[in-house]
Design a protein around this ligand. Structure first.
Ligand code: SF4
Ligand code: FES
Length: 241
């Protein structure tokens, strides 16, 4: 099939503002959007900028907006997009972050927020002589959060970051905090609390569910944010003078 691909382009060293450029390319319905971008780069536009690495939905580096929705280019097939529409695809960079070039955004703010919640195991107990055992029931409590690949799709889709509070740490940072807060071997909740229990933390979330809608790992992101709010409330109730 002939496919028309419209890509939002911007090269800050040359362009004063972004513009859309159309490319016509032969494609199979079973091609991934990443295959299409690679074909365009190889045959039509060698200067096209986009990121990718694993090409299998694991590294999270090729999240972009494809026909209006945040998706991973390597996990999206042409037929997923064009079936009920014309044979055209529009591809844009993620929202809520500065564009570096074409489909590449500067993720520094996203990763700063990620680091802020101390996304690693904290345990104050020293000199342990044996491993910390965990039951399957304990493990399942943070299973969903372990699936996050830090693709930034939820950060891009969040209407709060876009319209209300650009300093909101964002859905993924809260998911990453929950990954450890809900781990029976971790004792770092109090250290993460200043970030989570603040106007830029979990309380910024207004339950729009956009993060849950776009997450390519089907993580129940909004649910995890609400469970984090409950955890904070419970902690504070137990620490009232
Ligand atoms: S929560 Fe989902 S959408 Fe957000 S960064 Fe993790 S994998 Fe991506
Ligand atoms: S290239 Fe790694 S997730 Fe798509």
């Amino acid at each position: 099939m002939k496919l028309v691909v419209e890509i939002k382009r911007f090269h800050p060293e040359k362009d004063t503002k972004p513009y859309y450029q159309k490319y016509e390319i032969n494609a199979e319905k079973t091609d991934r959007i990443l295959d299409i971008l690679l074909k365009i780069k190889e045959k039509l536009e060698p200067a096209l900028g986009f990121r990718k690495s694993c090409a299998h939905g694991v590294c999270g580096s090729d999240a972009m907006i494809i026909n209006g929705k945040e998706r991973l280019a390597c996990k999206t097939l042409v037929k997923d997009i064009v079936e009920d529409k014309r044979d055209s695809i529009r591809i844009e960079p993620l929202r809520n972050l500065p564009v570096q070039k074409d489909l590449m955004v500067d993720q520094a703010r996203f990763f700063d927020n990620f680091r802020r919640v101390k996304p690693y195991l904290i345990n104050s107990e020293q000199g342990l002589k044996k491993e910390r055992l965990q039951t399957p029931e304990d493990r399942i409590l943070f299973d969903d959060a372990t699936k996050c690949i830090l693709c930034t799709a939820c950060y891009s889709a969040c209407p709060v970051i876009q319209n209300i509070n650009p300093d909101f740490i964002g859905p993924a940072a809260i998911v990453q905090a929950a990954r450890f807060n809900d781990d029976s071997r971790d004792t770092g909740f109090e250290e993460r609390l200043p970030q989570l229990d603040s106007s830029n933390g979990a309380w910024s979330c207004q339950n729009h569910f956009e993060c849950t809608r776009v997450c390519p790992r089907s993580i129940k992101v909004t649910k995890i944010i609400n469970l984090t709010k409950n955890k904070i409330k419970k902690y504070k109730a137990g620490h009232q003078e």
